[in-house]
Structure formats: structure tokens, C-alpha cells
Design a protein around this ligand. Structure first.
Ligand SMILES: Cc1cc2nc3c(=O)[nH]c(=O)nc-3n(C[C@H](O)[C@H](O)[C@H](O)COP(=O)(O)OP(=O)(O)OC[C@H]3O[C@@H](n4cnc5c(N)ncnc54)[C@H](O)[C@@H]3O)c2cc1C
Length: 344
């Protein structure tokens, strides 16, 4: 393994004893090797690649909430080979691995996350096959780009995705959706890399898709590398572009895109929408620190400037308790809450 000079290293953030642990606990149980971890570590260049694994990288700049402490180790591979080498490196040192796409559905603890965080944003390619109208897209491609590319071709199927600021990988795992459509409607199959470096192709039926979830969620042994979708060709590009633009405009009118958020915080229970229950509980505008229940859409919690992850989680808890008190309905978070927090 080659050691390079420390460059572009983010400030290390001290971690304290934890009181509450969320999903990170799922992937923090691997035995540690003798690798020197923590603030003193230097960036590491993976052999035969230009790919650098960096220690103590602040995750706030990689999440749409603009909050989150440091990743113990962080890498952004550009190619499948760099991705495979990154996983092999984590295996060699027996440290946990988590994938991060656009970070648009994550609340990461102020204390950060253990192990190697693999950000997929540089894994970019897309191929549109005119013979079949099938589209194969790498994990790191942003959904809005695809919506517009499909519109240019006059292919229908991705119009609903224009306002969702996630990547293909995150969308496949989350079964992202909007405007009564979702990934499950168009996914044919997805190629995954396993924790041991193997590859597999999973059909959509293997993913057990349900409302905003799949059986890849919380699965830390299989990660999405690319996905193939079936679109419907033969439309006037202007007609598809019009529908896409309509969805985009509608969302910007009804949802607060002007401040950092994770989109809808809670899953919609039946029969009432989470936003309606929160609004009826008088919580619009309610604020803890710089975290605020949005005035424009009560299922959004905004970072109004200097909110911490802890502020946001405290506000999530407050909303859950108030809505339960008034409606006897416990709202389940849609946002993935990762790491150790000061409050329950
Ligand atoms: C303003 C705004 C509006 C939004 N509107 C919507 C909406 O209308 N509908 C909707 O469904 N969502 C919406 N979202 C939420 C979010 O954009 C989606 O959930 C999106 O699919 C998350 O993708 P991501 O790349 O950001 O995933 P991340 O947030 O980075 O990760 C989400 C989960 O997926 C895992 N993951 C990410 N990539 C991979 C991969 N390649 N392989 C394996 N696991 C992976 C992560 O580990 C994590 O558990 C919105 C968010 C914002 C900020």
C-alpha cells in the first residue's frame, strides 16, 4: 500500500462517548485490524489507481442538510475498478463500509460515522438504447439529469423524477417516487457489488419493492453499481419536456427548495399525509436551534443556517411526540438517521 503526503484533509472532529446509536450500529460491529485509525492517519492512495482514501472528512458538505460530522475514512471512486479496490481496502482492514449518493435522504450524526464511506457521485455514465428504449445508468448519476435526457429523446417514464435531488443508487435503494410514480414502476434490474467484491444482477422482483423501501435498504453487503430502466419511446420531446417542467414547477411552488433539507422527513401514514398531521398539530414554523418545520410544507424540516444534526433529530422527536399526542399516530422517519446522537 502506498502512503502519500497528507493533502486536502478535513479538520478532525473529536468524538465523545455515545448515548444513542442509530443505523451506524448496524455496520460498526466488524472487528478492527491493526490499521491506525483516526485523526493522525494520512490519506492513502489505492495501488494502481489515482484514487485517494482520506481520513476524517466532514460529511456536512456531502449531505443536502449540510450537517454531519466526519467520516472515519472517505473515498469517491471514478471507476468500477477504483470502487472494487476501495471495498477490498476496507475488507483488508476489517472496517465497515457505507455508500453515500447525493446524501439527500440522510441525517448523519454530528459525531460522524465509523468505517469507510464510499461516495458514488463520480460513478457516472448513462446509455440510452434506441432499439429497446432501455436505459442503463451508473449509481452516481443524478435523477434530474436523467429526466431531462429522457425528455430530449421523447421517452416517457422519468418525468416524475425531475425534482428528486438523489442519485440512481440512492433512488433504487429507497424506491424514490413522486407524482404517483416510483422507481419500482420502471426498474428492470440492478447490478450490485458485494462486500466480498463479487458482482450480481438483481431483477426488480428480487428487491421486494414497497412504499419508499426495498430489501437493499440497510443491507450492508450489497451496493448498487448501476441500474437498467425500461422507458416508453415515441413521444414528442416537447410533450415530455412540458410534463417534466410542470412537475418541476409544481414542486418548487409547493415545497421549500431554498434551504437545506432532506425532502419529506416522515413516511406518509394512512389515511392522512404526514404533512397534514403536522400542520394540524400547529407545528408549522416550530423551531429548535436553527432547525425549523417548514411553513411551505410541514413534512419538511429545514436547516435555516447553523442547525446541527442534533437540533434536527430533537425536532423530529418533538414532531413525533406532538402528533402522537394529538392523533395517536407515531410518524416513522423516511430520512435515514445514521450515527450516534446525544438524544433518544
Ligand atoms: C428537496 C428534496 C426533495 C426530495 N423529494 C423526494 C421525493 O419527491 N421523493 C422521494 O422519494 N425522495 C425525495 N427526496 C429524498 C431523496 O432525494 C431520495 O430518497 C433519494 O432517492 C436519495 O438518493 P441519494 O443518492 O441522495 O441517497 P443518499 O441520501 O445518499 O442515501 C440514502 C440511502 O441509500 C443508500 N445508498 C445510496 N447510494 C447507494 C448505492 N449506490 N448502493 C447502496 N446503497 C446506497 C445509503 O447508504 C442510504 O442508506 C427529496 C430530498 C430533497 C432534499
Amino acid at each position: 500500500m502506498t502512503l502519500s503526503k497528507p493533502t486536502e484533509v478535513e479538520s478532525p472532529v473529536a468524538t465523545e462517548a455515545a448515548s444513542v446509536s442509530h443505523e451506524a450500529a448496524l455496520y460498526s460491529s466488524s472487528p478492527r485490524s491493526s490499521l491506525v485509525l483516526g485523526a493522525e492517519s494520512s490519506p492513502i492512495i489505492l495501488p494502481h489507481t489515482h484514487c485517494t482514501i482520506r481520513p476524517q472528512v466532514r460529511l456536512a458538505r456531502y449531505t443536502s442538510y449540510r450537517v454531519g460530522g466526519p467520516a472515519e475514512w472517505f473515498v469517491m471512486p471514478h471507476t468500477a475498478n477504483e470502487l472494487a479496490e476501495s471495498i477490498a481496502w476496507a475488507n483488508k482492514h476489517s472496517i465497515p463500509v457505507m455508500f453515500l449518493g447525493a446524501g439527500s435522504n440522510l441525517l448523519i450524526s454530528d459525531r460522524g460515522l465509523p468505517g469507510l464511506i464510499i461516495c458514488t457521485r463520480h460513478l457516472r455514465h448513462s446509455s440510452f438504447d434506441p432499439a429497446t428504449a432501455q436505459v442503463t445508468i451508473a449509481a452516481g448519476e443524478p435523477l434530474p439529469n436523467l429526466a431531462w435526457k429522457a425528455a430530449d429523446l421523447g421517452w416517457s417514464g422519468f418525468e416524475w423524477a425531475v425534482g428528486i435531488p438523489g442519485t440512481v443508487g440512492g433512488a433504487v435503494v429507497m424506491n424514490a417516487g413522486a407524482h404517483r410514480a416510483c422507481i419500482a414502476d420502471i426498474l428492470l434490474n440492478t447490478q450490485v457489488i458485494t462486500r466480498t467484491g463479487g458482482e450480481a444482477t438483481l431483477d426488480a422482483t428480487d428487491l421486494n419493492y414497497r412504499y419508499r423501501t426495498s430489501n437493499l435498504q440497510g443491507d450492508l453487503s450489497r451496493f448498487v453499481v448501476q441500474a437498467t430502466f425500461q422507458l416508453q419511446p415515441g413521444y414528442e420531446p416537447a410533450a415530455i419536456a412540458k410534463k417534466t417542467r410542470h412537475h418541476q414547477t409544481h414542486r418548487h411552488r409547493t415545497q421549500p427548495y431554498h434551504l437545506p433539507s432532506c425532502g419529506s422527513v416522515f413516511r406518509n401514514p394512512n389515511p392522512y399525509a404526514a404533512g397534514w398531521l403536522i400542520e394540524q398539530s400547529g407545528l408549522k414554523g416550530f423551531q429548535i436551534g436553527d432547525a425549523q418545520v417548514a411553513e411551505r410544507h410541514a413534512n419538511f424540516i429545514l436547516n435555516c443556517g447553523k442547525a446541527t444534526s442534533n437540533d434536527i433529530l430533537r425536532l423530529i422527536r418533538h414532531v413525533q411526540e406532538e402528533v402522537e399526542h394529538r392523533w395517536q399516530q407515531w410518524l416513522e422517519p423516511e430520512v435515514k438517521i445514521m450515527g450516534e446522537f446525544e438524544i433518544a
